[in-house]
Design a protein around this ligand. Sequence first.
Ligand code: TXA
Ligand code: MG
Length: 306
Amino acid sequence: MKINIKEAKSLLLSGEVVAIPTETVYGLAALATNGDAVEKIFKLKGRPSHNPLILHVRSADECLHYVASIPDGLEALMSAFWPGPLTLVLPIKEELILPAVRANLQTAAFRMPKHELALQLLQEVSPLVAPSANISGSPSSTNCEHVEHDFGKDFPVLDGASAQHGVESTILVFRDSLWHVARLGAISQEELASHLGYVPALVVATSHTPICPGQLLAHYAPKAELHLVGPIHEVVIGFGSRHYPGAKRLFLLSDTLDAEESAHRLYTILRRLDQENIPEAWVDMDFPDHGLWKTVRERLTRAASR
Ligand code: TXA
Ligand code: MG
């Protein structure tokens, strides 16, 4: 059910959860200071309580209010990428952020979304916690219809059209004096390098080092089985400029090899497979291994490994 900013604000203030648009994917938003509302989010998504949420703020200053110490380069990152699809994990003043929001960690994740409606709403109510608006484990929502599919026609959605990037924000954590990528996302390592002066390494979460707890969980997966290697199947996820012998149905990531377009279409395609009860598809993984392509590759690999 589409709602406007005024309605979104009043629902949030009364402790309800509403879906909001961002430039990456849609989020399920609640007031970060309302424990009951935060709990509703975990229930709605079926999300394990050890997977912390991102706080969405309206400005860098608002974020700094919660931060216990400022890692090197923080302000440069904020001024280069905020508002935008970069989430920063920072040490916090613990008494200021509910433990449920940050899964009891001594850090919290922050981002300032670059979406006019989200920013207008945040001017009125903030900070908002907002995980991606999907049932835990399945592909994120990139439009209002996706949200309604997962949470029902009556679920309140602030409609901000189709999400610009279509994949989640990039998450950075500061470890051993350097920034590291905890989740690949809409901003590439190369783009970050041009501001940091070094390429932030990708840290892979393991159960011994749960740097980004969400990265340990099954993610982004449709019910359909995805084949990333082996012979071409009848249903193909690939590129318009290529020929796939034997394919009966082609879902286009992009026409020519376009990383932005492929990211933008990715979750819609994965969701379409399930909407059409397609049991399996073959994915053309023959695309470059730099920039945003790395994010596309990572999401497809995780989507295939259910
Ligand atoms: O683009 C996005 O970031 C979207 C939009 C809605 O803003 N949000 C999003 O939230 O992707 P979610 O909840 O689906 O993913 C948040 C990720 C999880 O993998 C979680 O483990 C990680 O952020 N995270 C949150 N707090 C953290 C912390 N303190 N330390 C490490 N990782 C953290
Ligand atoms: Mg998510």
